[in-house]
Ligand binder design. Sequence first.
Ligand code: SAM
Length: 279
Amino acid sequence: MNTKDIIEITRSNNISPNKKLGQNFLCNSTIVNRITASGGVTKNDDILEIGPGLGDLTESLLKKANSVTAVEIDSGLFRILNEKFKDINNLILIHKDFLKGRIEGNFTKVISNLPYYCSSEILFQLALKYQINDIFVMLQKEMAERIKASPGTKNYGALSVTLGLYYDPEILFKIDKQSFYPQPDVASSFIHLKKKNNTGLDKDETELFHLIVKSAFWGRRKTLRKSLLESPHSDLSREKVINVLIENNMDKDIRGENLTIDDFIKITQMYSGYDAKKH
Ligand code: SAM
């Protein structure tokens, strides 16, 4: 589908791309095919696609996969998709806000060009509610760089650590704005998140991990000790914070942005059973 096709389809259906819903459609078939190829889609795959839009990527995925389940929030687009794919029987089309509830199915992969206004929320929900081994998504370039960032660099933050607990990220390729209609304000990157086998944390510890990470990055310029003690996200006791830092041989001036994901896991395990409450 090129820009002309997109303009024609939307006009003839009396709709226009909704910026608020992140509707920047791919208008470059080379990129669409590259996404499907990068996902290594085969007939063993049952794909979950979030935000099929006008269905170009969906069509490419359907040719290679066993099945595609595509979840679209927009009723106008849903109508177009229903008509376009009315004779296709390996597609399940769902008209729904992906962020509400859970989509049933045993999915092998997620492959999507995500709506940028809620892509971090979608990734968190995929991490927490689903057990999908391979996630291939298009994101804002800056966000992809934050996910992939290493400790001590300017992009490293709560997003890198929170998603890093569950996935090993890899940036596969960049896409310029001209490959979308309408053009987004920023460039994009296509990334692969490979699920880790085991986070090493049980359910309560996982909750604590997220609290600690949120707290550690709450005061970006503050020391870890100060952030953990003063964060509005937790009420970890002063004595326990200090004990954990001492037991870990941590420099008293160390900051959250210098800790690896394994450091955060270790700190969490030491706190395990300690009282930390979300406000
Ligand atoms: N897959 C199409 C493509 O690549 O051209 C469209 C991608 S566009 C960046 C994002 C799509 O996500 C839009 O179709 C938009 O309506 C849909 N969307 C936005 N928010 C959503 C949500 N919460 N749940 C499901 N779909 C959503």
